[in-house]
Design a protein. Structure first.
Length: 594
C-alpha cells in the first residue's frame, strides 16, 4: 500500500521520536555546547573589527591574543563534544527504533508476511533507520546553532549599520521562494527512493535465498534483467535527488555572492564617505558569512527532515500494525482431551473461502489422516490449528474450551509440526535441534532424541558431530537427514499434539523407511493429525478426513471409505499402483544380480 506523498507529514518523525524516548539530557547538553560554540563565533568578528580599526603591533596586547586563542580552543572543544554527543544520540535512537521494529516484526501475524515482502521489512530495519541516524547526528545541531548564528549576526549587523542590513535582506526572501518548493520536491523523491530501495532489497533477498532454483531453471538472465531494472530505477531516483541538491547549493552560492557584492559595494561607498570604518566593513562581511552558511545548513536541515519523515512514515505503518497477543488467556493444563473442529470456515480473502463448514473430532492419542486433491484446504487447516489465522466462522475446541481461550505461547508450546520442507536455520545441528527451546538441553537428551529420530548414525559420521554446520537453510544435509533433524527437534519439544505435513512424500524409498520409523517413535501416545499423500500412512490411521474444495466429503476408516467414497477409491488405487511400481523398481537390481 502506497502512502500519499503529495503533502509532507512533518509529524511522523516527531511522533517516532516521542515513542523512542531519546536521552533528553544529552540532547540538551549537545545543543547547548553547539550554541556556546556559535556564540563564541559571534564575538570573533567584533574582535577583528577592533583589530582592523586600530591595526598596529603595539595595539595588540597579550591578553587579547590569549583571549582570542582561548575563544578558538573553546569553540573547537564545544563543537567537537557536541558532534560526538549527537552521533551517540543518533546511534542510540536508531538502536531503539531497530529494536522496536524487530520486536514488532516477530510479533506480527503470518497474514502480515503474506502481504509484505521480507526484503521490504529488512530495508525498513537498515536503510530507513540509517536516514534517521544521519539526520540526528549531522543536522539537528546545525539547526539550533544556525538559528542562534543568524539571529545573533542580524542583531549585531543592525547595531553596526541598520541601513546596509536592510539592503542586504532584500535578497533573502527571493531565495526562500525557491527553497520551499524544492524542499517539497525532495520529500516526494525521498519517499519514492525509499520504496524503490525496499522493493529492490526484497527482490535480491528472494533471488539469493532461492539461488539453486535460479540456476536449475537457467533463470540467471531473467533475474539479472529484473535486478538491473531495479538498479536503474534507484539510479533515476538518485539522479533526481542529485538534481534537487544541485539546485540548492548553487542557489545559496548565488545568494552569498549577491550579498557580498551588495555589502562590499555599498559598504565601500560608506567607508569612502566616513559613515563606516574599514573594521566595521570587515566585521560586516564576517557576520554576513555567519548568516549565509547557517542559512545553507538550515535549508539542508529541512531537506533532510523531509527525507527522515519519508523514512519514518513507512516505519510508523509497520509499528501500527496489529500484532499477535502471546500472553492473553490461560495455560493449557490438560492436552489429552478431544480436539474438535466445529463448523470451521476461513478464506485468505473474505469473498474467496478456502475452508467451508468443516466439522470433525480427534480423540487423544489417535491418528487422523487428512487426504484430498491439491488446493482443497489441507495446509490451511493446519495453519488454523496453529492459530496463524482466525476463522471467519466456527471454532476449534480442546475439550470444552475454544483454543483461542489459551495463551498463544502456551497453545503453540504443546504442538509439534513437521513439514515437507523441514525448514532449518543457518548454524549447527545442535542449534537446529534446540531451536525455540528456552530451557537447557543436555547432551544426553540430544543423543536420545537423535537416536529415536534415527539421526544419530549420520550425525556421528560428521566431522564435528552435533556441532557440524548445516549451511544456509540446511543445504549441507540431504532431504532425509533434514527430516530426521526436524523429527528430533519435535521429540525434544515433547509436544502433546502432533501435526505432520506428510514428512516422507518427497523422499526416496530407503530414506522413507527410516523417516517413517522415526515418525512412529514421535507419534507414540500423541494426538496426531497428518496430511497424507502415501497409502501406508492412510491405512494405519484411526480415521481419515477427505477434503475436496474446502469441504469434508468423506470421513471414516480406510475400509469404510473404500466402500462408500469414489474419489477415495481412486486415490487408494493410484497410491497402490505407485507403491507397486516403487517395489518393483527396488527389486529390479536384485533380480538382475540373479
Amino acid at each position: 500500500m502506497k502512502t500519499d506523498v503529495s503533502k509532507p507529514n512533518a509529524s511522523s518523525f516527531f511522533r517516532l521520536m516521542k515513542e523512542t524516548k531519546p536521552p533528553l539530557t544529552l540532547i540538551i547538553v549537545s545543543i547547548l555546547l553547539s550554541v556556546i560554540s556559535t556564540l563564541v563565533g559571534l564575538i570573533i568578528p567584533m574582535f577583528t573589527k577592533n583589530l582592523v580599526d586600530g591595526f598596529s603591533l603595539a595595539s595588540i596586547s597579550r591578553m587579547q591574543v590569549v583571549g582570542l586563542v582561548a575563544a578558538f580552543i573553546g569553540q573547537t572543544l564545544a563543537a567537537g563534544i557536541s558532534i560526538f554527543l549527537l552521533n551517540y544520540i543518533g546511534q542510540k535512537v536508531v538502536a531503539i527504533i531497530r529494536d522496536k521494529l524487530w520486536k514488532k516484526l516477530l510479533a506480527l501475524p503470518v497474514a502480515y508476511f503474506d502481504n509484505n515482502r521480507t526484503g521490504e521489512s529488512v530495508s525498513r530495519m537498515t536503510n530507513d533507520t540509517g536516514v534517521i541516524k544521519t539526520f540526528i547526528s549531522e543536522h539537528v545541531a546545525s539547526f539550533f546553532s544556525g538559528i542562534i548564528s543568524v539571529i545573533g549576526s542580524v542583531a549585531v549587523l543592525i547595531y553596526l549599520n541598520w541601513k546596509m542590513t536592510l539592503v542586504m535582506f532584500l535578497v533573502i526572501p527571493l531565495a526562500a521562494l525557491v527553497l520551499v518548493p524544492i524542499g517539497r520536491k525532495m520529500y516526494q523523491v525521498s519517499i519514492s527512493m525509499q520504496d524503490e530501495t525496499a522493493s529492490f532489497t526484497a527482490m535480491i533477498s528472494q533471488v539469493l535465498s532461492e539461488i539453486r532454483l535460479v540456476k536449475a531453471s537457467n533463470a540467471e538472465r531473467i533475474e539479472y534483467e529484473n535486478g538491473s531494472q531495479g538498479i536503474q530505477n534507484l539510479m533515476k531516483f538518485g539522479i533526481k535527488e542529485g538534481m534537487i541538491m544541485a539546485w540548492i547549493s548553487p542557489l545559496m552560492s548565488f545568494v552569498l555572492m549577491m550579498l557580498l557584492v551588495i555589502v562590499i559595494g555599498y559598504g565601500g561607498m560608506q567607508v569612502s564617505t566616513g559613515a563606516l570604518t574599514a573594521g566595521e566593513l570587515v566585521a560586516f562581511i564576517l557576520y554576513l558569512i555567519q548568516i549565509v552558511i547557517p542559512v545553507t545548513q538550515l535549508s539542508t536541515f529541512f531537506t533532510q527532515l523531509q527525507k527522515a519523515n519519508g523514512a519514518t512514515e513507512r516505519m510508523m505503518q509497520t509499528l501500527s500494525e496489529e500484532e499477535e497477543d502471546f500472553r492473553s488467556g490461560h495455560e493449557v493444563t490438560d492436552a489429552k482431551q478431544v480436539l474438535s473442529v466445529e463448523n470451521l470456515s476461513f478464506g485468505y480473502k473474505q469473498d474467496e473461502p478456502i475452508l467451508k463448514q468443516l466439522s470433525f473430532q480427534m480423540k487423544p492419542g489417535t491418528v487422523t489422516a487428512v487426504v484430498g486433491p491439491s488446493g482443497g484446504g489441507k495446509t490451511t487447516l493446519f495453519q488454523m490449528l496453529e492459530r496463524y489465522y482466525l476463522p471467519y466462522e466456527g471454532r476449534i475446541m480442546l475439550g470444552n474450551e475454544p483454543i483461542d481461550s489459551f495463551s498463544l505461547r502456551s497453545w503453540r508450546g504443546i504442538i509439534g509440526y513437521v513439514s515437507q520442507e523441514s525448514p532449518m536455520i543457518a548454524g549447527t545441528i545442535r542449534d537446529n535441534l534446540c531451536y525455540g527451546i528456552e530451557r537447557e538441553v543436555s547432551q544426553q537428551e540430544l543423543e536420545q532424541a537423535a537416536r529415536m529420530a534415527y539421526a544419530d548414525g549420520f550425525i556421528s559420521e560428521l566431522p564435528e558431530g552435533f556441532d557440524s554446520d548445516v549451511g544456509e537453510r540446511g543445504v549441507k544435509l540431504s532431504g532425509g537427514q533434514r527430516q530426521r533433524i526436524a523429527i528430533a527437534r519435535a521429540l525434544l519439544r515433547d509436544p502433546k499434539i502432533l501435526m505432520l505435513d506428510e514428512a516422507t512424500s518427497s523422499l526416496d524409498s530407503r530414506s522413507e523407511i527410516v523417516v517413517q520409523q522415526a515418525l512412529d517413535n514421535l507419534m507414540a501416545g500423541r494426538t496426531t493429525i497428518v496430511i497424507a499423500h502415501r497409502l501406508s500412512t492412510v491405512v494405519g490411521a484411526d480415521q481419515i478426513i477427505f477434503i475436496e474444495k474446502g469441504r469434508i466429503t468423506g470421513q471414516g476408516t480406510h475400509e469404510q471409505l473404500l466402500q462408500n467414497h469414489n474419489m477415495y477409491r481412486e486415490f487408494a488405487a493410484q497410491q497402490l499402483q505407485i507403491a507397486e511400481i516403487a517395489e518393483a523398481a527396488a527389486l529390479e537390481p536384485s533380480l538382475q544380480e540373479q
